[in-house]
Design a protein around this ligand. Structure first.
Ligand code: F0G
Length: 359
């Protein structure tokens, strides 16, 4: 019988900071595909490009890797409720894992700024949802405040259990390829994921599996790019709502990761994000939410600037599933709504419509 993937805690228990007897709360997260993308490699002039498709996690984003650890540990510590601030994916994940654990979840979201798909997930998993009149950064301040003063456990990535779980993505990349890529590219919001990948690669290096760390390239949306500005942004704006964050929680960890990995932060415009979002689904067959295309969009920007070596092996993490934010996919490149053509049930009429030749 085929072995089913057991979730990141069971699969990597020896490399995670967790007591082996702790009851694990899992939905089978991790083990996501690394999709080889030769067409994208050609587009950016690199030797090889793979997409780490994190939308294949149980709730459709990479957050599940960290959430299994955070909720497992919260329950082990006796928590009866978890809380998070979120641009949508963390809340979907927290709500699902809390439902599995049989505890309450409270999610704080910026009013009007999360996608319907993500809101539906939080509702489906019966989270208590509060829309805060403010942005994500305000939500996080509020979540931290409540968790410090009331009986509710914080599961944002400022909780180290989250990064501990998310580092398993680096292990999977190495386990699959048998080497570490020259570059690892991803979108950056709070920079928790960027910091978690670095943690994973550092441990692989410490344990003698790899000698050189991948250069980590982190990309932000131009209207929401505090790492590029070098300071927090008061009013971040971008269509990439998942990464609409002005004051990243993992600032110091991320700066250290960039320095030690010899990496870079840069930004891309909303137009570049949407164009890459379309390219990935049209040409590669991978449907991601717009925010998740930010890394690949950044790599293309680097390629145009002559910054991608022709012998480079590159992994790009695409962080969340396209079904979470379908609005952009339903429009063409001119912003017009795409409507399927209506047709009769007659084969010859339909063949005419399709321009099919008779055999
Ligand atoms: N991509 C997606 C789809 C995300 O949802 C997020 C973060 C990121 C990238 C950036 O990751 O914050 O670790 O740098 N979403 C958070 C949330 C903030 O609440 O769902 P990061």
């Amino acid at each position: 019988m085929a072995k089913q993937w057991q979730g990141v805690i069971s699969e990597y228990i020896d490399r995670l900071d967790i007591d082996k007897n702790t009851p694990i709360i899992t939905l089978g997260e991790g083990g996501t595909p690394l999709v080889h993308a030769p067409a994208l490699a050609k587009l950016v002039g690199a030797q090889d490009v793979w997409l780490k498709v994190e939308g294949m996690n149980p709730t459709g984003s990479f957050k599940d890797r960290g959430m299994t650890m955070a909720v497992t540990k919260a329950v082990a510590h006796g928590a009866k409720a978890v809380i998070c601030a979120s641009t949508g994916n963390t809340s979907a994940s927290a709500a699902a894992y809390a439902a599995k654990a049989g505890i309450k979840s409270v999610v704080l979201i910026p009013e009007g700024k999360i996608t319907l798909g993500k809101l539906a997930q939080a509702i489906a998993h019966k989270a208590v949802i509060l829309q805060v009149r403010g942005n994500f950064d305000d939500c996080l301040v509020l979540a931290r405040d409540l968790s410090e003063n009331y009986a509710v456990h914080l599961v944002n990535s400022v909780n180290p259990d989250r990064l501990e779980g998310q580092k398993t993505a680096s292990f999977e990349v190495f386990d699959y390829l048998g080497f570490a890529p020259d570059y690892h590219v991803m979108p950056v919001g709070n920079a928790g994921n960027y910091s978690a990948y670095f943690k994973g690669y550092k441990e692989l290096q410490r344990d003698g599996f790899i000698s050189t760390l991948p250069k980590q390239l982190g990309f932000q949306a131009a209207g929401s790019a505090p790492f590029v500005a070098g300071h927090p942004i008061a009013n971040p704006e971008t269509i990439a709502t998942a990464i609409r964050i002005g004051n990243p929680a993992s600032w110091d960890l991320a700066i250290n990761a960039r320095e030690e990995s010899n990496g870079e932060f840069d930004s891309v415009t909303d137009e570049e994000i949407l164009s890459m979002h379309r390219y990935l689904s049209n040409e590669i067959g991978v449907f991601v939410e717009p925010s998740s295309a930010t890394g690949a969009a950044g790599l293309l920007k680097f390629a145009k600037a002559g910054k991608v070596p022709s012998d480079a092996k590159i992994v790009i993490t695409v962080t969340g599933h396209g079904l979470k934010d379908v609005g952009w996919a339903l429009k063409d490149e001119n912003g017009e709504e795409v409507k399927p053509t209506s047709c009769s049930k007659d084969a010859s009429e339909v063949a005419d419509l399709l321009g099919l030749e008779k055999n």
